[in-house]
Design a binder for this molecule. Structure first.
Ligand code: FES
Length: 112
């Protein structure tokens, strides 16, 4: 339904193995990641460890390494991997006609 998904721009504007951030009105910034195999994931842009900006991390496969202390966060689940414990909220994301859409309701819930 129109209105439930927030159009945040063209997929091609996100570099491969890169990300872009999306400010959310009254909420937390969202980081949208594009992996080397052209999958897209969206998470709140906040590491579960000490809040590092995950959008500035390096993407390995389907994980991102936090730029602050190098925790590895799974993009699909938001969970810290290995010995580390913690979870960042994930946001449903889909591609439609080359546009990236994120679930509006989840961005607000993530902010709550
Ligand atoms: S804040 Fe991300 S690893 Fe410490």
């Amino acid at each position: 339904m129109i209105g439930e998904w927030l159009d945040i721009g063209w997929l091609n504007e996100i570099p491969m193995r890169g990300s872009r951030t999306v400010p959310v009105d009254g909420g937390e910034e969202i980081a949208v990641f594009r992996t080397g195999d052209d999958k897209v994931f969206a998470l709140v842009n906040r590491c579960p460890h000490k809040g590092g900006p995950l959008s500035q991390g390096i993407i390995h496969g389907h994980s991102v390494a936090c730029p602050l202390h190098n925790w590895s966060i799974a993009l699909a689940t938001g969970e810290a991997q290995g010995e580390d414990k913690g979870c960042t909220p994930t946001i449903p994301v889909k591609i439609d006609g080359g546009r990236v859409l994120i679930c509006r309701a989840s961005t607000l819930k993530a902010a709550a």
